[in-house]
Design a protein around this ligand. Structure first.
Ligand code: GLC
Length: 552
């Protein structure tokens, strides 16, 4: 049975709540641990829903909570219709959804259609079945190249490093067969040309809609189809763009039209957000009527702290989304990206423009100032906004994790050349002076160690400090919720000196100073919120403010 439906507290978006929702991303392993096993869980999250309500978010996106060997933090699913015992049970999930709804918040789950875990019954069956069998046709098995098929079938590289092929167990036949995995060996890619695969996922959507979820974030949504024949990709190292033979194939749109029909058949309440890392105009093709509702805006998240860059991203995003009638989304962090306070504290050079990289040094004081300003920028833009857990506390990227505690497969697969994403996945600090900082019961050991210095960054500590990042986020979300200028999609640029971004939405003005000079605000500006103190009517470098300009 569907849990009782509740409307968002401010149902002002006639086109649908998701068009301007603030979505909070819960990386469930690291949010709150109720039973002291060191790993976050559903009960832990249930116990912290009050925090999210007070923060003022409209929806919660929960990263995969399905049965999984956790080789990639749950993005390796062994059973799409059950909760991993680490996190709880299906009944816990139902209770969580009911509680969230009672507080006026929606729940979005993560769906992982590109690959299963190698522990999924389908893949086990495929390995145990002969070549060419129906079980193998659900995945991509191919003969190897070279003598006895000892070489991978093509030159594709795993996004986690190394080849994207692993040999199937030796069945005594030649040539050797291999299976495709765009990510880790333990994440075999499904064959989406096989109708059985599509039918299974539509049934999985139905299953979770029955449980009561309000939407789905679709993992690597544009990778599902592979070019027939799986040709080599000649451009490695030169053009990682959209033309890879596994990226953004035209047929993928048909898959999402089918998914949209699944939710429309059930009243159209649930929404999709695709993880689609492509240029804006190609993302927009997924957001045409009858396809996905929204897509995660990597372009904005990956731009450096530079006014022209960010302005270009905003313009391209707004124009391409408006052309298909879809709302933009705005993002500065997630569980794959370096923490904003780290990312924005790097020098503006070519290396720092690679926003995925954790290798460039960062100035933390500068990073915090800019992350505060970035928060006021992205939360003021029209559309929906995502907050990755801990970014509202200004948590830094943790760089000094010892190799033996690192769990991201990227670290292992690149021989440590890429330290991976564990540094942005450290368990949340809630309270107290020492680890586990209320993440779990006293004496429990979080699955990744928390820095002792995080005593100053706990939710409790920041809630007591009106100048903290948390206070800034709470204030910003409260204004976003009640200010008439923030409703709807109106947006206009206003003139400003070079290196600044100034715009208005109705009566609400936002100025962001990315230059090295002070930015004078209009004389009669009435400040609603600022990322750093505004003195003498001037906005300091690396700061932002929201204000109104009363008519004389
Ligand atoms: C997505 C997820 C990432 C995961 C990958 C493979 O990019 O965000 O965390 O490792 O897909 O599923």
């Amino acid at each position: 049975m569907r849990p009782a439906e509740t409307e968002p507290k401010v149902p002002r978006s006639p086109g649908g709540w998701w068009r301007e929702a603030v979505v909070y991303q819960v990386y469930i392993r690291s949010f709150a641990d109720s039973n002291g096993d060191g790993v976050g869980d559903i009960e832990g999250l249930r116990g912290r829903l009050g925090y999210l309500e007070e923060l003022g978010v409209d929806a919660v996106w929960i990263t995969p909570w399905y049965r999984s060997p956790m080789a990639d933090g749950g993005y390796d699913v062994a059973d799409y219709r059950d909760i991993d015992p680490l996190f709880g049970t299906l009944d816990d999930a139902r209770a969580l959804i009911a509680d969230a709804h009672a507080r006026g918040m929606r729940v979005i789950v993560d769906i992982v259609p590109n690959h299963t875990s190698s522990e999924h019954p389908w893949f086990r069956e495929a390995l145990a079945s002969p070549r060419g069998s129906a079980a193998r046709l659900r995945y991509h098995f191919r003969d190897g190249r070279g003598p006895a098929g000892a070489e991978p079938p093509n030159n594709w590289q795993s996004l986690f490093g190394g080849p994207s092929w692993t040999p199937a167990p030796d069945d005594g036949l030649e040539p050797r067969q291999w299976y495709l995995h765009l990510f880790d060996t333990s994440q075999p890619d499904l064959n989406w040309d096989n109708a059985r695969v599509g039918a299974e996922f539509e049934s999985i959507l139905d299953f979770w809609l029955d449980v009561g979820v309000d939407g789905f974030r679709i993992d690597v949504a544009c990778f599902l189809l592979k070019e027939p024949g799986l040709p080599d990709f000649p451009a490695y190292g030169t053009d990682p763009g959209g033309d890879h033979p596994h990226n953004d194939l035209e047929g993928v749109h048909e898959i999402y039209k089918g998914w949209r029909r699944v939710v429309e058949r059930r009243g159209g309440r649930a929404v999709f957000c695709g993880e689609i890392n492509l240029p804006a105009e190609r993302i927009a093709r997924y957001l045409r009527p009858g396809e996905l509702h929204t897509a995660f805006n990597f372009d904005f998240a990956l731009r450096p702290w530079d006014a022209a860059e960010l302005r270009a991203s905003i313009d391209e995003t707004l124009a391409s989304h408006a052309a298909v009638g879809a709302p933009a989304t705005w993002v500065i962090g997630n569980h794959d990206l370096p923490r904003p306070v780290f990312k924005y504290g790097r020098a503006l050079n070519a290396a720092s423009w690679n926003a995925w990289s954790r290798a460039e040094p960062s100035d933390q004081t500068l990073g915090v100032a800019r992350a505060r300003a970035a928060a006021l920028l992205y939360l003021a833009l029209p559309g929906s906004a995502y907050i990755y857990q801990g970014d509202e506390l200004g948590l830094p990227e943790v760089l000094d994790l010892q190799p033996d505690v690192r769990q991201d497969p990227t670290f292992r697969r690149t021989g440590g050349a890429d330290v991976g994403r564990d540094g942005c996945r450290i368990p949340m600090p809630w309270s107290g002076d020492e680890p586990p900082f209320g993440f779990g019961p006293a004496g429990s050991r979080p699955w990744l160690p928390q820095p002792a210095a995080w005593a100053a960054l706990t939710v409790d500590a920041e809630a007591r400090d009106s100048r903290s990042m948390l206070s800034l986020y709470r204030d910003a979300l409260a204004i976003r919720r009640r200010h008439p200028g923030m409703a709807g999609e109106e947006f206009r640029w206003l003139p400003g000196p070079s290196g600044t971004l100034v715009f208005a939405r109705g009566e609400l003005h936002c100025a962001v100073n990315l230059s090295e000079a002070q930015l004078p605000l209009p004389e009669n500006a009435s400040i609603l919120l600022a990322s750093s103190p505004v003195s003498g009517g001037r906005l300091a470098p690396d700061s932002a403010a929201w204000f109104e300009v009363p008519a004389d």
